[in-house]
Design a protein around this ligand. Structure first.
Ligand SMILES: CC(C)(COP(=O)(O)OP(=O)(O)OC[C@H]1O[C@@H](n2cnc3c(N)ncnc32)[C@H](O)[C@@H]1OP(=O)(O)O)[C@@H](O)C(=O)NCCC(=O)NCCS
Length: 169
């Protein structure tokens, strides 16, 4: 029988989760994922931040979300969301939605200002993400401007933030 959502546990990711997270990302996205500009921001940094989350059924990792602290134009207080990967066999059960919502709550509790991502408005619009005005925020590589989305954790934050994205020290 397929487990129902009540069998799922979500929690912050720990280092013992990391290998399974990478395996899940590779199943969800395929080998081309390393070419994405968002990966360039993350590379060279720690594997996990306190905002990364996983969903587990029993001992099986079914969804994983990475969140990377970044600076934008030199200012801290922002996170880069992604990758978000859900086991294809468990897609559409709300696990992705749950991890994103919980991570946004954690960011608000820590007083962060903004969450940035490269992804689909059709999925991320439900969490309050909106396209960044063209040219306001730049990543270290090419990005489809319509897929560069931001959610304000602090109302009004986006208007005050502009410049190049880098991984926070
Ligand atoms: C996209 C993904 C993260 C969604 O997670 P999920 O747990 O399957 O989805 P949820 O149950 O949280 O949400 C389901 C909703 O998302 C929508 N959805 C699923 N995949 C989508 C996509 N690629 N684009 C837009 N919407 C999508 C569904 O239509 C559904 O919409 P509804 O709530 O209006 O019915 C997951 O399917 C996945 O890992 N896909 C492969 C990797 C990927 O494309 N990631 C993109 C995010 S960076």
């Amino acid at each position: 029988m397929t487990p129902d959502a009540s069998a799922v546990v979500t929690r912050p990711a720990v280092s013992a989760d990391f290998d399974a997270m990478v395996t899940l990302q590779s199943r969800a996205f395929g080998p081309g994922r390393f070419a994405r500009t968002a990966y360039r921001v993350r590379e060279g940094g720690p594997d996990l931040s306190p905002f990364c989350r996983v969903a587990i059924i029993g001992e099986r990792l079914v969804a994983a979300l990475r969140m990377t602290p970044i600076t934008i134009g030199g200012d801290a207080g922002a996170l880069l969301l992604g990758p978000l990967a859900v086991d294809p066999e468990e897609a559409g059960r709300g696990y992705g939605r749950q991890l994103v919502a919980e991570s946004l709550e954690a960011a608000a509790a820590k007083g962060l200002k903004l969450i940035l991502l490269v992804g689909d408005m059709t999925y991320y619009g439900r969490f309050g993400f909106r396209p960044v005005p063209p040219g306001q925020i730049r990543l270290p590589g090419p990005v489809d401007p319509s897929r560069l989305l931001a959610a304000e954790v602090q109302p009004g934050a986006l208007a005050t933030i502009h410049g190049l994205v880098a991984r926070a020290a």
